[in-house]
Design a protein around this ligand. Structure first.
Ligand code: C2E
Ligand code: MG
Ligand code: MG
Ligand code: MG
Length: 282
C-alpha cells in the first residue's frame, strides 16, 4: 500500500516506521532504568457510591516520568512493557507500592479504603501470579481484603476457563476482582456468571453514550446494570464527566461512579487529604 504513492511515500512510510521503532526502543530502555531510578509513581482515582456520594475506594494508576522522554501515559508504555515482558516486574512494583501506600495512610490514622490494581494480559499469563502477589502483600503486612484486582473483559475472556481458576485463587485468599472496560469486548455470559466477581466496570464509551445517543445509549447502560445485578455483581461506571451522566446513572441505580467530574487521579497526599475530609465529615 505504501508503495502505491511511489518512492517518496515508501521512504516516508519507512522513516515513520523507524521513528516508531526508535521510540519503542527508547521507552523500553526507559522502563529498564525506571524501577531503580524511581521514575514510576502511583496516583489514585477515587470511586464514589451512587446512592449517597460517599467515597467507596480508589484505583491505583501507574505514572512514568522520565527525565528525557517526559511524562508517558500508561497507554503508551504499558503495551511496550507488555511485549518486552517487563510488565511482570513493574506489576509487582505496583502491588508493593500500593501496599506501602495503604500502610502510610493507615499510619496517618486515615480511614481504611479498598484499592484496585490493574492487571495486564502478560501478568495473567504467569502461572505463579497469585502466589507471587500474595508473597508481596503478606511481606508488606496488608490484608488481602483491602485489595481488588481489575482484569479487562477482553483479557478475561481470552482464556475464560483459566481466568475462572485465577479468579477463584485470588478470591480464596480474600482479594476481590473487577471486570474492567466491560461492554467493548465479547463476553461469554456463561463465563461471566461463572467468574462470580465483585464488580463490573462499564467502559467509558458507554458512560459517554448516555449524553450522546440519548435513549439508545441509556438502554445499553441500564441493560448492563440489570445483567450485573441479576448476577449479584456491583456496577461501576467509568469516565463520568458530566452532571447529566451522573444523574442518569443514579436513576439507573449504578452502584459506584468514577470519572473526572467526581475526582481525577490524585497524588497519594491529595488522596490522603480526601480521606481526611471524609473522616471528619459525619
Ligand atoms: P483503566 O484501568 O480503564 O483506567 C481508567 C483510565 O481512564 C485512566 O487512565 C484514568 O485516568 C482515565 N479516566 C478516569 N476518569 C476519566 C474520565 O472521566 N474521562 C476520561 N477521558 N478518562 C478518565 P490512565 O491512568 O491513563 O490509564 C490508562 C490504562 O492504563 C488503564 O485503563 C489501565 O488499563 C492501564 N493501567 C494504568 N495503570 C496500570 C497498572 O498499574 N498496571 C497495568 N497493567 N495497567 C495499568
Ligand atoms: Mg482499571
Ligand atoms: Mg477501565
Ligand atoms: Mg477503560
Amino acid at each position: 500500500e505504501a508503495k502505491r504513492g511511489g518512492r517518496s511515500t515508501y521512504r516516508f512510510f519507512e522513516a515513520s516506521m523507524n521513528e516508531a521503532a526508535t521510540r519503542t526502543l527508547r521507552i523500553q530502555n526507559a522502563l529498564h532504568e525506571a524501577l531503580d531510578a524511581g521514575y514510576f509513581s502511583l496516583c489514585f482515582q477515587p470511586k464514589f457510591r451512587g446512592e449517597n456520594g460517599e467515597l467507596a475506594g480508589a484505583e491505583a494508576l501507574l505514572r512514568l516520568d522520565h527525565p528525557e522522554l517526559g511524562a508517558l501515559t500508561p497507554l503508551e508504555f504499558i503495551p511496550v512493557a507488555e511485549r518486552s515482558g517487563q510488565i511482570v516486574e513493574i506489576g509487582n512494583w505496583v502491588v508493593r507500592e500500593t501496599c506501602r501506600q495503604i500502610r502510610r495512610w493507615e499510619s496517618a490514622g486515615l480511614p481504611a479504603m479498598k484499592v484496585a490494581i490493574n492487571l495486564s494480559p502478560r501478568q495473567l499469563g504467569q502461572p505463579d501470579l497469585v502466589e507471587s502477589i500474595l508473597g508481596i502483600v503478606r511481606a508488606e503486612e496488608v490484608a488481602c481484603e483491602r485489595i481488588m484486582f481489575e482484569i479487562t473483559e477482553t483479557v478475561a475472556m481470552q482464556d475464560a476457563a483459566r481466568t475462572t481458576e485465577t479468579i477463584r485463587e485470588f478470591q480464596k485468599n480474600g482479594f476481590e476482582i473487577a471486570i474492567d472496560d466491560f461492554g467493548t469486548g465479547y463476553s461469554s455470559l456463561a463465563y461471566l456468571q461463572r467468574f462470580r466477581v465483585k464488580q463490573l466496570k462499564i467502559d467509558r464509551f458507554f458512560t459517554n453514550g448516555l449524553d450522546e445517543h440519548g435513549r439508545e445509549g441509556g438502554a445499553i447502560v441500564s441493560a448492563i446494570i440489570a445483567l450485573a445485578h441479576s448476577l449479584e455483581m456491583d456496577v461501576v461506571a467509568e469516565g463520568v464527566e458530566t452532571a447529566s451522566q451522573l444523574a442518569k446513572l443514579k436513576t439507573m441505580k449504578c452502584d459506584e461512579m468514577q470519572g473526572f467530574l467526581l475526582g481525577k487521579p490524585l497524588t497519594p497526599d491529595a488522596f490522603g487529604a480526601l480521606l481526611q475530609e471524609r473522616a471528619l465529615s459525619p
